[in-house]
Design a binder for this molecule. Structure first.
Ligand SMILES: CC(C)(COP(=O)(O)OP(=O)(O)OC[C@H]1O[C@@H](n2cnc3c(N)ncnc32)[C@H](O)[C@@H]1OP(=O)(O)O)[C@@H](O)C(=O)NCCC(=O)NCCSC(=O)CCCC(=O)O
Ligand SMILES: Cc1cc2nc3c(=O)[nH]c(=O)nc-3n(C[C@H](O)[C@H](O)[C@H](O)COP(=O)(O)OP(=O)(O)OC[C@H]3O[C@@H](n4cnc5c(N)ncnc54)[C@H](O)[C@@H]3O)c2cc1C
Length: 640
């Protein structure tokens, strides 16, 4: 591989009107943090073991899982040796060491241990959290069943208290109650946090979490009374052993129920929690993290597509002139530059969401549940919005790279396959949006009654008769006002339909269900981020429906969005460079910093396992016999 930088990329970087390094420092919170991140990435780059793996797509499922386990245990050991204490250092190392290879221990660290910490009593946390953090206990979060994932209250796994033996008896009473999907349950973990319907003294008290040992700590064999296995290949996540698990009257000690919020006493008495949804806390936490995952996925795909668009020359923009950089086609800019803006908007949204989560979750830990509904609504809405918009954007990035975008060598298919599951897991997106919609509906009617609303939704009470004051300058204030007006109008419209349904005599659940489509649109408008002008132009109908914008303002906006493309054009490469993703993290022949795309593609293809032999065995086994057979037959054309 040559070590020169592609001349088009060199030119792009030399003509940028700002210093990308300054923006990198803003993104990563200062030059020292950037320097430290790069130091850590370099440790990984120099690491022979970590650099010894071929791309995941060159291995079969067994190999991908085996490599994922090897890699992650190596990372754990290296982190011990390196002695990194700060979470940022550890995260930077992990991300560099496994940029796209998901971890079979991901749910252990991401859900199992944090849930033991937050949902266990202090005694339970003291006993189990150190075992989890030292990997003496390896766990996951097992909630979804064959028959239920979304509707937690419909889960069928039972945990029945036996006061004689002071145990809970876990059971999968039906086929549909078999646990199905939980990550890492098939081969990796020896414990699970199981969500089950709690029965005591003959009464069901709803779903609660139970710590269950599922494999022997001696030899990893499956505990008697359990059936466990892998669910099979999936669209992505092939290094992760999502599994199924069936309980057959499986007994666990009473004290294995997480009892921070709800309790079962020795005599079987049930002590209820302050709020039944406290048990759902782990899911809220992961939804908040998924907003950042959506930013990372979309921004990486955008880096690849923008750099490639600066390098790829195709067709004549000027008749008889040299072939143009595809980034100079207005259509290519209209595809990619809004995604660049969206990536930056997602970064800010993810950081804001994390701050709000930190504040409200610590209030909840102290017993103040006041803002729990707002946190739930925000986490549901942003998780759904950012994964939907992010996945659509990553697909646009793939297609904007033409044929090479469809190759794993572009790096984009893996980015997509890893993040698109997040539209489903941790709460299916439509269902999540409806949770936010329910909160907006209740808030709208509270606002109508003159009650005060939390700051984030005070816009619901604005005067909808006001028209836009947008002028040629498309001021920030006028754009924010436009988005607020659109969302407030759409929420009001959906609520009026819900009310009208009730006035017609529909029971409230039907009145709700028959207004959920406009509520989904209204909730998307509520979550819509301010990548401003493009968002208005793409959704113009929703902004025009009540004449909020006049014809002249619409012309201004249409002109503005095209003008913005030209404004961004000279800085497009610098804006993606600022994300500071090193090549080994992007794993993309198209998105390389040096732009040597064709050499990289050629080298990558030569290393494809199918090239290990010149003539494939299938020629000797099938093709040659077929040709020999046909060459003997008389009427060869009929055969063809
Ligand atoms: C959809 C809901 C929220 C419905 O719950 P429900 O008990 O039926 O409640 P409801 O009747 O709709 O609402 C009653 C009320 O409960 C509230 N509520 C609901 N959930 C929460 C919460 N988390 N925090 C705070 N409040 C919550 C609702 O807003 C309602 O409030 P309201 O009565 O309107 O004031 C629930 O079923 C749910 O969360 N479903 C999604 C299941 C899910 O997320 N599964 C994830 C499994 S783990 C996984 O996928 C890991 C993947 C990670 C990986 O592999 O990397
Ligand atoms: C990659 C991956 C990893 C996963 N990891 C885990 C894990 O580690 N642990 C775990 O417990 N689970 C896990 N899951 C399961 C996941 O959490 C569930 O699949 C998810 O919660 C969706 O539930 P469901 O499958 O029941 O979908 P369903 O709800 O059955 O979705 C089917 C359709 O029904 C619609 N629908 C459902 N309810 C409503 C409603 N009230 N209103 C309107 N429409 C509705 C949905 O919008 C959707 O269109 C994982 C799933 C995936 C894909």
């Amino acid at each position: 591989m040559s070590n020169e930088v592609n001349t088009d990329l060199l030119k792009e970087r030399s003509t940028a009107t700002f210093d990308a390094e300054r923006l990198t420092e803003f993104i990563y919170k200062g030059p020292e943090k950037v320097k430290r991140k790069r130091q850590i990435q370099n440790i990984v780059l120099q690491d022979k073991f970590l650099q010894s793996f071929k791309p995941t797509e060159f291995y079969d499922r067994d190999g991908q899982y085996n490599n994922a386990v090897r890699r992650q245990i190596y990372i754990m050991d290296r982190l011990e040796e390196l002695g990194f204490r700060s979470e940022t250092d550890r995260l930077n190392f992990r991300e560099a060491a496994a940029p796209v290879e998901l971890s079979p221990f991901g749910l252990h660290s991401g859900m199992f241990v944090p849930t033991l910490e937050r949902q266990g009593t202090p005694e339970q946390s003291r006993k189990w959290v150190p075992l989890g953090k030292s990997f003496k206990m390896i766990g996951t979060y097992a909630q979804t069943e064959l028959g239920h994932g979304t509707f937690i209250r419909g889960l069928e796994t039972t945990a029945t208290f036996d006061p004689e033996t002071q145990e809970f008896i876990l059971d999968s009473p039906t086929l549909s109650s078999i646990k199905y999907w939980p990550g890492n349950v098939a081969k990796t973990v020896n414990h699970c946090l199981v969500m089950a319907q709690l029965y005591t003294q003959g009464k069901c008290h709803g779903t609660h979490l139970f710590l269950v040992q599922v494999r022997s700590m001696e030899d990893h064999t499956i505990m008697p009374g359990l059936e466990i296995g892998d669910i099979g290949p999936k669209l992505g996540f092939d290094g992760v052993d999502n599994g199924f698990m069936k309980f057959n009257k499986y007994r666990i000690p009473r004290m294995n129920m997480l009892m921070r919020y709800a309790k079962v006493l020795e005599n079987g008495d049930y002590i209820k929690p302050k709020n039944a949804k406290l048990t759902y806390g782990a899911m809220v936490m992961v939804r908040v993290w998924i907003v950042m995952d959506a930013f990372k996925a979309l921004s990486r795909a955008t880096v690849i597509a923008v750099r490639y668009s600066a390098v790829r020359r195709q067709s004549e923009l000027r008749p008889g002139g040299e072939e143009a950089q595809v980034i100079d086609y207005q259509t290519q800019q209209y595809k990619l530059f809004p995604l660049l803006a969206t990536s930056y908007a997602f970064l800010l949204a993810a950081e804001g969401m994390s701050q709000i989560y930190a504040k409200i979750s610590s209030d909840i830990e102290r017993g103040n549940l006041e803002d729990m509904p707002q946190l739930h609504a925000l986490a549901c809405g942003l998780k759904a919005f950012c994964t939907w918009v992010g996945c659509e954007g990553i697909e646009v990035c793939r297609m904007s790279c033409g044929g090479h975008g469809y190759s794993h060598a572009s790096g984009i298919p893996k980015i997509y396959a890893n993040i698109v599951g997040a539209c489903t897991y941790e709460g299916e997106n439509t269902v999540m949006m409806l949770q936010t919609a329910r909160y907006l509906s209740k808030s709208y009617f509270r606002g109508q009654r003159g009650e005060s609303l939390p700051e984030l939704i005070q816009y619901l009470t604005i005067d909808l008769n006001v028209k836009s004051t947008l002028g040629e300058d498309c001021s920030f204030e006028s754009l924010v006002a436009a988005y607020s007006h659109r969302a407030a109008r759409m929420v009001a419209t959906a609520c009026k339909l819900q009310n009208a349904n009730k006035q017609k005599g529909m029971p409230s659940h039907d009145a709700w269900n028959k207004s959920t489509v406009p509520f989904i649109a209204a909730t998307k408008a509520h979550c819509h981020l301010l990548y401003a002008v493009y968002g208005i132009v793409e959704n113009m109908g929703e902004f025009m429906q009540d004449g909020y914008f006049n014809q002249d303002q619409i012309s201004i906006l249409n002109r503005k969005v095209l003008a913005l493309l030209e404004d961004i054009r000279p800085n497009a490469v610098a804006l993606v460079d600022a994300f500071d993703y090193p090549d080994h993290l992007l794993q993309s022949c198209l998105g390389r910093y040096d732009g040597q795309v064709y050499e990289a593609l050629y080298e990558n293809s030569k290393s494809s396992p199918l090239n290990n032999t010149d003539i494939h065995s299938s020629y000797y086994n099938y093709i040659r016999p077929m040709m020999q057979k046909r060459s003997k037959s008389k009427d060869i054309s009929a055969k063809l």
